[in-house]
Write a protein that binds this ligand. Structure first.
Ligand code: G
Ligand code: MN
Length: 217
């Protein structure tokens, strides 16, 4: 199967809607159909294991994603949710200032990973907590990560829990982190989230994950 990176725009809603960059995601072309991310990872052995697969995904996402960026935009990359060898992080360092590294709240962050995230942060990478609100991180992890961004899990929008979204927005402000709300699928959701004071949003309503060529058209 062939790996196919796809990219979804992340929107800034301040003064009109404009993309601040793209989140890189992954699909694969199988013999019959396009496979979703979960199916790709389930077939990791075909790529020599999960870590080899993650390295290949990283390489093609950088290769195809970085050229899409305008000077003020960044590429958002999902970090592996298990401990990987330092080569994985070292490979990111030439591009640090163009990247936002998404660390899932569902991931276990080891000391070695904290070390690398810090190093990359020092050279310009931003750190964002992904799936915020449904994982198992605690405040100690937040303190250690000092995230530049918090990506709220899409379940809050889908449950129309705008009161919680408003509270998380204040929480993020206190941490000097930009809040990004994910999973915006309708105009009504977009309006309600903006009404809760959220500036950055992401979801199918604005942008479906697309192959890089789509953005070159
Ligand atoms: O865990 P993370 O936030 O990285 O997951 C991103 C996943 O969410 C991708 O698989 C992407 O296709 C999906 N996604 C992106 N926008 C939307 C949306 O508006 N609605 C839904 N249901 N899924 C979305
Ligand atoms: Mn993500």
């Amino acid at each position: 199967m062939e790996l196919v990176p796809v990219f979804q725009e992340i929107m800034d809603t301040a003064g009109g809607i404009a993309p601040i960059g793209y989140e890189a995601l992954i699909r694969a072309r199988g013999s019959l159909r396009v496979l979703e991310a979960m199916e790709v990872f389930a077939a990791a052995s075909e790529f020599g294991g999960r870590e080899k697969l993650d390295q290949q995904i990283q390489a093609i996402q950088l290769e195809q994603g970085l050229p899409l960026l305008q000077p003020n935009q960044r590429l958002f990359l999902n970090m592996p949710s298990y401990p990987v060898h330092e080569e994985y992080y070292a490979a990111l360092s030439p591009y640090a200032s163009r990247l936002v590294l998404e660390v899932s709240e569902k991931a276990k962050v080891t000391d070695a990973q904290f070390y690398w995230l810090h190093e990359l942060h020092k050279t310009g990478a931003e750190i964002a907590i992904d799936d915020f609100g449904v994982g198992s991180h605690n405040l100690a992890t937040l303190t250690k990560l000092q995230p530049d961004g918090i990506k709220l899990d899409m379940s809050f929008v889908h449950n129309q829990d705008y009161e919680t979204i408003r509270k998380v927005r204040r929480f993020a402000e206190d941490w000097n982190a930009s809040l990004i709300v994910e999973g915006i699928e309708t105009e009504q959701e977009a309006a309600a989230v903006m009404d809760a004071g959220v500036r950055y949003i992401q979801g199918f309503f604005y942008s479906r994950p697309q192959e890089a060529w789509y953005y070159w058209l």
